[in-house]
Design a protein around this ligand. Sequence first.
Ligand code: AMP
Ligand code: GLY
Length: 431
Amino acid sequence: MKILVVGGGGREHAIIRALKKSPACGEIWCAPGNGGIGYDAKCKDIKATDVEAMVAFAKEEAFDYVVVAQDDPLALGMVDALAAVGIPAFGPDKAAARIEASKVFSKNLMKKYGIPTADYETFSDPAKVMDYIRAKNKYPVVIKADGLALGKGVLICEDEAQAEAGVKEIMLDKKFGASGNQVVVEEFLTGPEVSVLSFTDGKVVKPMVSSMDHKRAEDNDTGLNTGGMGTIAPNPYYTPAVADRCMKEIFLPTIQAMAAEGCPFKGCLYFGLMITPDGPKVIEYNCRFGDPEAQVVLPLLESDLLTVMTACTNGTLADTEVKFSSGAAACVILASGGYPVQYEKGKEITGLTEGQLPGVADVTVYHAGTAVKGGKLVTAGGRVLGVTATAGDLPAALAKAYQAADQIHFDKLHRRSDIGRRALQALQAQK
Ligand code: AMP
Ligand code: GLY
């Protein structure tokens, strides 16, 4: 099969590396891709959000299968547009992608079908939001922009003044554009967070190994929110008992709810969960693989990714095995100093040969923001590389990932030194 992967970050690199293990995978392309992905796939510089140009390119090159990995082209209906020209694609159609693209849609879905989530109200009138927050008078309060906001549309407000500033930013100043036309105001939940990505064909759901993201920029979960500074899998808080409850109370009901609403979800459905004192609750849904969750989950997948993906598209997932290794994986993100605010690009990256660490077993370097300029690999984004190691257990995977990361250098490199620390403490406590 000739395959196109749409996107250009570490997640897309991890998908490409996993797809290439499949005997059925022929020529593989990535659009737009990036410098480091160029060692593994042909890259074509088309913006992931340019649906028209992407579909024209897919037709021209006669791709057999397209994997739409990024949220915004899914929300824009790229899978529908590809289907209209007869090209099958992995990912939800536009109607199903609303589960991520509209928080008002997903919260109302959960309420209607009794899926556990934080209590909430939705608003389109800024004045009414503040009346509600003042009347409740319970802080912190969580305010979320309805639409996609590059992961920055969630505000946790400690008092009335912060809530007022937040509502102004989202609804009046329109910091996230039309994504802020409506907001969700919800109760603040506490407990460890777990990411569970799942494969689904709209009828059955097969969860992948669980993972834990580290969203803050600095050690000990301080600093600004980022796209994710590192991940580990499996997540020790996702015990077999929790997994059972999630399947019964969250995963199956969500798949059934989407089908009942006339928009069955096919692709990778990401459950962002919080294990609260009252049990697991949904914090958010994403309509795609997480980044950098994919960089720890896919290296542990033992089944053939291409077979599983096409089964999701064709509705045959019930008959398809989805098996994961019993080991662990850890990914440490190497970012540009200053990320997620302001950072420089074009710094030479040293220590890699053709994008990888040759001779280092069980380690893969996933490229998120790299470019090749004048024959040299240079930084080209906030998150630059994700260094993933797999091993029999989490302590070994973490040690290997950090050892490998130590061999890679560029000016103003920033990384967290405590990826997996909380997970290790949780494992200790469980002993
Ligand atoms: P999201 O962009 O929806 O993943 O939200 C970003 C982060 O905000 C989550 O990973 C949580 O840590 C936090 N968050 C979102 N909603 C809540 C909530 N209701 N209570 C507590 N924390 C939340
Ligand atoms: N790492 C969180 C996400 O992909 O949304």
